[in-house]
Ligand binder design. Structure first.
Ligand code: AFP
Length: 314
């Protein structure tokens, strides 16, 4: 079982084969595969909703669930059907839902359709998943065994990590996820920055940090969708995404469980780091589903630089 796969054979390595070659344990492999397949159904829903934008009518005149709720339903049903998941926690639900019989080993968190407010603008959106053992109310470092996200853009891509590196797959015309990049590794330093929040509402340390990035010539790359914005940092091999503490919301905007932990897991596995400005995202104890955190995530240099600006301007 080699770590890498030659360029020639890369073309025909599908998700299941790559996970097997990477040594991902069988049940986890089957669960990740099931979630990746669910991405196809969610993408069909997005397509349906775009048809409505284009003037097509629902021929049965039915009431439609919102896109987020539909994605949530699809995901919950597929996870239940997989037989591997005990509990499901979703950004769309107020409580954790028991979907297994009580003996399954995995607990799944989901942001079924992050950035759904961007659908009508035709920008990319995504699904974010965290996979835990034992409990989700823990530190991500202790409970997480895998994470993945799916980007619905001009292509549908899926990036996953099961603790053995970070890998990207592209959905091909035959409907298979085909390996496109294995063992993605961020450079120590990047050249793009993706800053959420209004500058006037940010702390002094954060404002100075942004001025530093601009003076250094970093290019602004912010779409308003966490998945495509993180994906850009990953695929371009570096840079930073931040959604900071704001004066009126000191815990920032993004949710620890549904958005930050999975992305932190994936970025760390690609050699990057993710902090709340002081501590690693994966070291934060999860107390409740609503918990939010400021975030600085990306390549090592930019994240550490942010931390030094924040500690110098408390
Ligand atoms: P929506 O799901 O409501 O579109 O929010 C998207 C999001 O949670 C995340 O995907 C973005 O990074 C962030 O919010 C954007 O927030 P701002 O609109 O404040 O920039």
């Amino acid at each position: 079982m080699g770590e890498g796969i030659s360029d020639y054979t890369k073309f025909c390595v599908d998700l299941r084969r790559q996970m097997w070659m990477a040594g991902v344990e069988e049940e986890l492999r089957r669960l990740i595969w099931q979630i990746a397949v669910t991405g196809k159904y969610i993408s069909a829903k997005i397509h349906e909703s775009n048809r409505k934008l284009a003037g097509f009518k629902n021929i049965y005149g039915e009431d439609q669930l919102s896109l987020d709720r539909s994605a949530d339903e699809i995901l919950k049903n597929q996870l239940q059907y997989s037989g591997f998941v005990r509990e499901y926690a979703s950004e769309e639900q107020d409580v954790v839902v028991l979907i297994g019989k009580g003996r399954e080993q995995y607990f799944v968190t989901a942001d079924p359709l992050d950035g759904s407010s961007l659908v009508d603008t035709n920008l990319a959106i995504g699904t974010i998943i965290g996979i835990h053992k034992e409990s989700i109310f823990a530190r991500g470092r202790d409970s997480m065994v895998a994470a993945l996200y799916i980007t619905y853009g001009p292509l549908i891509t899926m990036v996953y990590s099961a603790g053995k590196g970070t890998h990207e797959f592209v959905l091909n015309r035959e409907g298979e996820y085909v390996l496109s990049q294995e063992h993605i590794t961020l450079n120590e330093k990047g050249s793009i920055y993706s800053p959420g929040g209004l500058r006037k509402d940010c702390t002094e340390g954060h404002q100075k940090y942004l001025e530093y990035l601009e003076a250094e010539g970093y290019k602004l790359r912010y779409s308003g969708g966490f998945v495509p914005d993180i994906n850009q940092v990953l695929i371009k091999r570096g840079g930073i995404f931040t959604y900071p503490a704001l004066k009126k919301s000191p815990r920032g905007k993004l949710r620890l469980l549904f958005e930050l932990q999975p992305m932190a897991f994936i970025i760390e596995q690609a050699g990057g780091i993710a902090t709340d400005g002081a501590d690693a995202i994966l070291s934060l104890q999860v107390e409740d589903l609503e918990q939010r955190s400021p975030v600085y995530i990306g390549s090592r240099f930019e994240v550490e630089k942010a931390m030094s600006f924040l500690s110098a301007n408390p």
